[in-house]
Design a binder for this molecule. Sequence first.
Ligand SMILES: NC(=O)c1ccc[n+]([C@@H]2O[C@H](COP(=O)([O-])OP(=O)(O)OC[C@H]3O[C@@H](n4cnc5c(N)ncnc54)[C@H](O)[C@@H]3O)[C@@H](O)[C@H]2O)c1
Length: 347
Amino acid sequence: MKSILVTGGCGFIGSHTCLSLLEKGYYLFVVDSCVNSSDQVLRKLKNLSIINFKLKYLKGDLRDISFLRRVFEEAKKCNKPISSVIHFAGLKSISESIRYPLEYWDNNVIGSINLFKIMEEFSCRTIVFSSSACIYGLTNQTFINEECEVKPTNPYGQTKVTIEKILKDLFVNSLSEWKILCLRYFNPVGAHHSGEIGEDPIGVPNNLFPYISQVAIKRRKELDVFGSDWKTIDGTGVRDYIHIMDLAEAHLAALEYLFDKKKNFLVLNIGTGIGTSVLELVKIFEKTNNCKIPYKLKMRRTGDVGSVIADNKKALAILNWSPKRNLEDICKDGWNWQKNNPYGFQK
Ligand SMILES: NC(=O)c1ccc[n+]([C@@H]2O[C@H](COP(=O)([O-])OP(=O)(O)OC[C@H]3O[C@@H](n4cnc5c(N)ncnc54)[C@H](O)[C@@H]3O)[C@@H](O)[C@H]2O)c1
């Protein structure tokens, strides 16, 4: 079975994807600096995939190119040369990126360039890259397809566009054959149904779903709902929420799609194509989990938009994949994780 390098494998999306890959029998090398995660998640992965736990964790930072070289060398030495990479590692907070742009450019872009250099050095040229729907910027269009203008409004989004461009350059200009898939995620939420792994934000959550869960567990008093005068079903913002295990499975499908290809470069939206308002999500969470989520309606935040929903037709047509879980599954599984682990991996 092939060996896959998963960068950022201790993080939210990385850890759930590792589980899907382990279940399929892949040998994994996980690289993470744990700047935004805990390696405790690996213990949980081991418990969840007893038979197939073929994973080697190497703690380190992608900006350290000699560390990366050692990872590829070690894989080669133990006769498990890395065939392909799923590249999750990166900083992901929009607000933080506005405050600390240099840190974001340094971490996300320099780290990625190092990774691509070492991949080239070891003739490993198959990669699935974590991009983001936030690169589409402010648009009045509700359904976003891959042809929509790319115009990010913050440094985080800029770093994602830049990395996509570097990958495109490699595809177009490199003499060797790169196989590249950039997945532009919409809003990954929920947790593995076991309640053993899930999203564990450090500090105040930037995203809606972990905020709702932390209100439910009484770590936070109430939810602030920003904007109640959008042209949506109830005035609150509408987004496309995708279950984390559907997203994990999209990575598996993306990787296996690339295995069969020669030279390739593709960008795909990964979402459900279904929009849900903030208050709709709150109601479904309350009903599914029999709890109350107190909330307060607040003014719109600058830079927000009313509705953002994925046009996911291209991904559905190209990958042998479609999202299978609904909002009730998201709320049930997300709550299961939160109530079993009120303080995430710390306790
Ligand atoms: N979660 C989302 O809503 C979302 C949406 C769109 C895109 N993405 C992208 O998907 C990827 C994964 O997101 P996530 O939600 O799992 O985030 P996460 O923060 O949970 O995971 C990212 C992981 O990368 C690690 N990391 C960061 N910089 C590193 C470096 N230089 N070297 C080694 N490890 C490093 C972190 O410690 C963390 O474990 C990120 O690139 C993110 O930008 C996430």
